[in-house]
Design a protein around this ligand. Structure first.
Ligand SMILES: [Zn+2]
Length: 74
């Protein structure tokens, strides 16, 4: 699988804040704990955001869904 780094910091500040806060940690089993050290990459045509859970420090990877298709309930 080819993984291409993308520049997370090209996104605007409010979008970055939303992406950093809206997380799901499978280890803590809690949403919205937030991540540190965010890194964005593309793999097989999909965009992912990776970072460390602020609570347990595990690395989380989540797919970035196009914001225009994002529903408030997601
Ligand atoms: Zn965690």
């Amino acid at each position: 699988m080819s993984r291409t780094e993308r520049d997370f910091y090209r996104r605007d500040e409010s979008e970055r804040a939303w992406m950093i806060e809206n997380t799901w940690c499978g280890a803590c089993r809690l949403p919205d704990l937030g991540i540190d050290e965010p890194r964005e990459f593309e793999d097989d045509g999909r965009i992912y955001l990776e970072g460390r859970c602020r609570i347990c420090r595990r690395v989380l990877t989540s797919e970035v869904v196009d914001q225009r298709e994002r529903s408030p309930a997601a």
